[in-house]
Write a protein that binds this ligand. Structure first.
Ligand SMILES: Cc1cc2nc3c(=O)[nH]c(=O)nc-3n(C[C@H](O)[C@H](O)[C@H](O)COP(=O)(O)OP(=O)(O)OC[C@H]3O[C@@H](n4cnc5c(N)ncnc54)[C@H](O)[C@@H]3O)c2cc1C
Length: 440
């Protein structure tokens, strides 16, 4: 068996693995990044007929306060952004469409609340922003609302915001402390949503560049099937033919993979819990159009059917060929719908009807569709009794964990970046006398 030795081995080449490997290589570590398929994981970009299909809108939330911005600056990444125009985001209320508030200003302008309710809601948000309103980890947002006796209009507004911002079909189950922590951050940001120009692949290529320029090795089609460990340490990560030894290991692979890899270690039982957690599943349906269909919004959320459309090519100029348009419709799947083909078909028809309503004529301009039935949007959904995986367990001292299943701040890919930053910082500081972790 071939053996290769590194300072740090990173297993998993999604955004979390790429970001941590790039940070470690940039700071002088001899790094190997091992990916079982192609780099990118759930952030892969696929090119078809001149359209760039990404998983998701490659939207980054609260960019100015994000770990991704910190990483971008630290590594000198060459990434360009287009910031979301707030007034372009609307709720489809059936008869009319209303601007979605995504900042304090937006809240004061929204038509969703009137008079006393608007004042009451703004008061709660101000209290949150100032840090007085913290919620309670033992209460879901639904329970918190009931305890505080809020009016139905304010209650509905809070749950609507939770559904759109927490990407959840079950917003009432979000822990109230997480809800308020999120809003504290959101209302302090000056750029609630931004899009990466060129999509995820630009970011992936930039991480790749930093890793290779700093002497790191990237091995694709390299699936780690087992680990060698002693009582407290990982000794090597192995494929059938290749053994990778290192002082430290970063595992940026989902909980089921971790459970399989650590099956013979003291982490076996602890990791089991995370494999039982519920992810957020969505169904998405992208359409590449030959001709643009313009609207006075670029994002529309149907509150009743929990689905939304984003005009991707409005923000990412490279997503469609000249004159064309790339639209993305996404629907949240409820638990009972995930494995039900009939439910999938019904949702697909609803998504098409949603396009018909807001982008009439799209069928005539269709160049290429791309649909996916149940990809995992976020590996551990925010819900009561579901907290993410720690980035480190004391039992195995040289193993670190990163990915959007981790217990860190943020939504979606921000959790991948936050955990990547935290583990890179911890791994870089392992032998330093003052072993402090980054705080953000
Ligand atoms: C439809 C959709 C829309 C989205 N929209 C957005 C959005 O607009 N904004 C946003 O921020 N996020 C969005 N996301 C979420 C974002 O894509 C993810 O949060 C992010 O890509 C997760 O990256 P990760 O590295 O944490 O995990 P993953 O991408 O799951 O990476 C894990 C990697 O580990 C590899 N691996 C697994 N086992 C092994 C093994 N044994 N050996 C080697 N490699 C292994 C896998 O192949 C994979 O590449 C969206 C996701 C989806 C599905």
């Amino acid at each position: 068996m071939k053996t290769s030795d590194y300072d740090i081995v990173v297993v998993g080449g999604g955004l979390a693995g790429l970001a941590s490997a790039a940070l470690l290589a940039h700071h002088g570590k001899k790094v190997a990044l091992l990916e079982r398929g192609k780099l990118g994981g759930r952030a892969m970009t696929i090119h078809m007929k001149g359209f760039h299909f990404n998983f998701g809108a490659h939207a980054i939330y609260g960019r100015d306060k994000s770990y991704l911005s910190v990483i971008e600056k630290e590594l000198g990444l060459n990434v360009h952004w287009e910031d979301f125009k707030q007034l372009n985001a609307k709720y489809d209320m059936g008869e009319e469409s209303v601007v979605i508030p995504s900042s304090m200003g937006g809240l004061l302008q929204t038509k969703l609340l009137k008079g006393k309710n608007k004042f009451r809601f703004a008061y709660h948000i101000l209290f949150t922003t100032l840090g007085f309103e913290k919620g309670d980890p033992n209460l879901s947002i639904q329970e918190w609302i009931e305890l505080h006796n809020l009016s139905p209009a304010v209650r509905e507004m809070m749950l609507n915001l939770a559904a759109t911002n927490f990407f959840s079909g079950d917003p009432d189950t979000i822990p109230s402390d997480i809800f308020f922590d999120y809003y504290r951050r959101l209302f302090k940001t000056n750029i609630p949503v931004s899009f990466i120009q060129g999509g995820w692949e630009v970011l992936i290529n930039e991480f790749k560049r930093v890793i290779t320029e700093n002497g790191g090795d990237i091995l694709e089609k390299t699936k780690i099937t087992h680990l060698k460990t002693d009582e407290t340490r990982v000794l090597s990560a192995e494929t059938k033919r290749h053994r990778f030894t290192a002082d430290q290991f970063v595992f940026a692979v989902p909980p089921e993979q971790l459970q399989a890899l650590f099956i013979n270690t003291s982490l076996k039982t602890e990791l089991k819990r995370y494999t039982d957690y519920e992810p957020t599943y969505v169904m998405f349906y992208d359409v590449g159009l030959k001709k643009q269909i313009n609207n006075d919004f670029t994002y529309i959320f149907d509150k009743n059917r929990e689905m939304f459309i984003t005009d991707i090519s409005y923000y990412d100029m490279e997503a469609a060929p000249p004159g064309g348009q790339l639209l993305q419709a996404v629907a949240y799947l409820r638990d009972e719908q995930v494995y039900d083909p009939e439910a999938h078909e019904e949702i697909k028809q609803n998504l098409e009807a949603f396009y018909d309503k807001h982008y009439p004529g799209w069928r005539d301009h269709l160049a290429i569709p791309r649909a996916s039935k149940k990809p995992v949007l976020q590996a551990v959904r925010w819900a009561m009794n579901q907290r993410g995986l720690p980035t480190h367990f004391s039992q195995i001292e040289n193993a670190h964990f990163a990915g959007d299943w981790c217990d860190v701040h943020g939504q979606l890919s921000e959790r991948s970046f936050a955990s990547a930053y935290i583990v890179a910082d911890a791994a870089l500081n392992v032998n330093k006398p003052d072993n402090t972790s980054a705080s953000h």
